[in-house]
Design a binder for this molecule. Structure first.
Ligand code: SAH
Length: 345
């Protein structure tokens, strides 16, 4: 299989081109075209025909095709189901917020983390996405929708920390001044709590926002709904979060899907308060999306839970749910397409 060109950084491109006998500035030229979203080398109009042919013989350059696009009538959220070159399908969501338009990207085809409430993990992980495939979701969502993009969240299908090398390279690419030039402060990365990844990210000290999918502050409950907790216990997770804050000075955001009778008790709110002490955390309460395959149901105590956190000094917000009319969350669209055999697993 030929090498995928949109995964290469500027240095790699420049080296490859100079090895082909080209001058170094060609690297910048080609890099710029790639990030503008060309789908064929022939679109690189200021690159000679001879070089375009040489590149086409050596590299793969295509991009995903939209097999489904759904636009929410309620709030303008757009959801794409993209088919990759090998038949795999992934989802990308564009959300319109007052503070800027946000693209939610997938980092893997499927997921192997096994969270009980999540549709993305039902068929397991198929493969990691390359840096270029993560980047293309932003590039082609922007091109297709015509909507400018200012923020990115790595909260689509997959566990970013389970594909961290590719995710880090994606961050470098999307941040590049010759590319989309999206600043780290406009990017959030969400993890279910894969500790080595959190530690590695902490060492790098990037200015992005780390989100941790907490969903329960006690070991017993968390292990029940999130198998990752059996490998990396919630107490170690909190410790890693405190260390991350000390190293980076960045406030962590904790995601908490409210599940009826499972994680919505007062004592669990109190335990969150206790375990966050010493760190300015922010808890984002998410109304559980009802996944047909799961017996878990949305909580009716969300406001009470929020008040209990807030009254003890922990900032807590309730996430506004967007795109409810278009299955715009958590792997549900891919799941349905797989069932209809519209795309491969
Ligand atoms: N694997 C990463 C990235 C996925 S982000 C992670 O776990 O953080 C997607 C977010 O949506 C996570 O916080 C996830 O726990 C949450 N989520 C998954 N299924 C959900 C559901 N049915 N309802 C509400 N939130 C859900």
């Amino acid at each position: 299989m030929s090498e995928e060109m949109r995964s290469m950084d500027l240095e790699e491109l420049t080296t490859a081109l100079t090895e082909m006998g080209e001058s170094a500035f060609r690297g910048r030229q080609v890099f710029t075209w790639l990030h503008r979203g060309v789908r064929s080398f022939d679109e690189m109009s200021d690159v000679s025909k001879a070089l375009r042919e040489k590149l086409a013989a050596r590299y793969r350059l295509g991009g995903p095709t939209a097999v489904r696009k759904q636009v929410s009538r309620e709030d303008g959220t757009i959801k794409y189901l993209w088919e990759l070159y090998d038949g795999n399908c992934i989802e990308t969501v564009l959300m319109r917020y007052r503070h800027g338009n946000t693209v939610c990207v997938s980092t893997q085809a499927g997921c192997r983390m096994g969270c009980a409430f999540c549709a993305s993990t039902l068929g397991g992980k198929v493969r990691d996405l390359t840096p270029g495939e993560i980047l293309e979701q932003v590039i082609f969502t922007r091109l297709d929708s015509g909507v400018p993009v200012s923020n990115i969240v790595l909260m689509g299908i997959g566990e970013p920390m389970d594909n961290l090398d590719n995710v880090l390279k994606f961050l470098e690419l999307v941040n590049h001044p010759l590319g989309l030039n999206i600043g780290m402060r406009h990017i959030s990365l969400s993890t279910c709590g894969v500790l080595p990844g959190i530690r590695r990210l902490g060492e790098l000290g990037l200015q992005l926002t780390l989100s941790v999918s907490l969903h329960a502050p006690d070991s017993e409950t968390r292990s029940r709904i999130m198998p990752v907790n059996r490998a990396y216990d919630v107490d170690e997770l909190f410790k890693a979060c405190h260390d991350y804050f000390k190293k980076t000075g960045r406030r962590i955001s904790f995601e908490y899907a409210m599940i009826d009778g499972v994680n919505d008790a007062d004592w669990q709110a109190d335990l969150i308060v206790k375990k966050l002490r010493g760190m300015p955390g922010h808890v984002n309460l998410i109304p559980l999306n009802d996944v047909a395959e799961s017996p878990l149901k949305p909580s009716r105590r969300t406001r009470k839970f929020q008040q209990r956190l807030e009254s003890q000094g922990v900032t807590a917000t309730v996430r506004r749910s967007l795109g409810g009319d278009i299955d715009a969350s958590c792997g549900q669209l891919r799941r349905k397409a797989m069932e209809r055999k519209e795309c491969e697993v």
